[in-house]
Design a protein around this ligand. Structure first.
Ligand code: HEM
Length: 134
């Protein structure tokens, strides 16, 4: 059976095949709010880009209701909770989503306003799980 968000998996594939998608995301994201860049002051971006690459894939599957990614979602939610390694206050997720959409718009040659709204809806599911566990 086709999954609801197969179009996002395909869009994500096009983004990753374009050059510098994750790099561009971080460029936009770090500049999107003054509190964000300082949070990444000590980050090894080579590792972080890989972690996010996987995280976005998990987020799409989670929005699609795939139970096998539950653990991955819980681990990311835990890392970003008040008690986690990297607490993220809920109001900052809007910048994450907007930055991701900006990077998709630039890098996916087939991006349309409707597709970007589907990205927003899907990523909001994972953000909802993170903020519920904050
Ligand atoms: C749905 C949105 C997000 C996803 C999927 C995500 C995913 C991840 C993942 C997979 C990691 C690596 C976790 C680990 O250390 O094991 C991470 C680390 C991190 N995230 Fe997020 N994140 C999201 C939103 C945010 C937001 C909104 C912020 C800040 C405003 C943020 C800041 C950070 C920081 C500072 C780290 C640690 C980097 C380091 O190790 O130095 N994240 N995130």
């Amino acid at each position: 059976m086709a999954n609801q968000y197969d179009d996002l998996q395909a869009s994500y594939g096009r983004c990753l095949r374009a050059n510098g998608f994750i790099e561009r995301f971080y460029e936009v994201f770090l500049a999107s709010h003054p509190d964000i860049a300082p949070m990444f002051a000590k980050t090894d971006f080579r590792q972080q880009r890989l972690a996010l690459r996987r995280g976005i894939s998990i987020a799409i599957s989670h929005a699609d209701g795939m139970a096998m990614v539950r653990r991955g979602v819980d681990e990311m939610a835990q890392a970003h909770s008040r008690q986690g390694r990297t607490p993220v206050r809920p109001s900052l997720y809007a910048y994450w989503i907007d930055s991701l959409l900006a990077a998709v718009r630039e890098k996916d040659p087939q991006a349309t306003p409707a597709l970007l709204e589907r990205w927003r809806a899907a990523m909001s599911v994972t953000v909802g799980s993170f903020t519920a566990g904050y």
